[in-house]
Design a protein around this ligand. Sequence first.
Ligand code: TRP
Length: 333
Amino acid sequence: MKRVLSCIQPTGDMHFGNYFGASKNWVDLQADYQCMFGVVDYHAMTMPYDVKKLRVNTWAMIFNLMAVGVKAENLFIQSLVPEHAELGWIFNNFAAMGRVENMTQFKDKSNNSQEKAAGFISVGLFDYPVLQAADILIYKADFVPVGEDQKQHLELTREIANRFNNQVGKEYFVLPETLLTKTPKIKSTADPTRKMSKSAGEKHYISVFAEEARLKKQIRSAVTDTGDTPEGEMSVGVANLFELLKACGKDETHNTLMQDHTNGQLKYVDLKDATADALLELNRKFVENRKNLEANKKEIKYQIKQSSAEIRKRAQETVREVKDLCGLLNVKF
Ligand code: TRP
């Protein structure tokens, strides 16, 4: 079976943009690949963060992922596999400064107004993609399911692997490929010109665990007419609701309402009701799962520590081989 690896930062909540854009994909991939999915807490330290919240958010993300269907045995927590950091350090020496400087994510994040105001940009933020390369190569992943925004980091990962292979004179690392699955790009219902995201504020995302009343309200107040839509064309807000409906797997309802739209007979309230119902169906299941997981918190945490330990064995093997190959010592204490 081919190996798939992907990771996510512990951001706390999970919204439908995250779910349809990434997590659902992870859940589906589990049937066809050997999967490893990490919650990357080392990466979460690269921007100013709250020490009191990091551990809490890390576990929260684990519970979120499990609640939507990611299996415990495929999950690990990055800092429980410290070899990631060790390999990341080794990779620093195979990563070209000029290339890392050119990463758009670094440019965006270091340009972020908060960071600028604080006047502090960490070396960790700069080095972020090198650690990401270690996340991927440490498991010799064949495929990495990520969005468009991560393509550049994958390219850098391949460059690092290549340079390493050349230096040690052996095709040691397989060059991983991006698994660009077609995932819907969900927009904020409050402002459908921007993507659904937590950082934009409360009203710009709908949590997959939202309270029913709140979810309904958010859909009911979704912006449908932005004013600048040419006559006869679909506004971005309406298109977003259709996208959500489809993402929920409600093809039939989607097609019927789309027909109404084509005929100029679509009532927005019908589209909104259908979308809210579809989202609520998922939401109820996820909330229920999450409640059950919370009720078994201790066992779940134990399971994740065990799966991290299992996954760590593969990472340790890679680091041992890498150290041999690049001239470092390996001593078993
Ligand atoms: N950089 C990724 C993001 O911002 C998260 C990430 C860290 C990742 N390590 C990874 C993704 C390894 C895929 C593989 O979403």
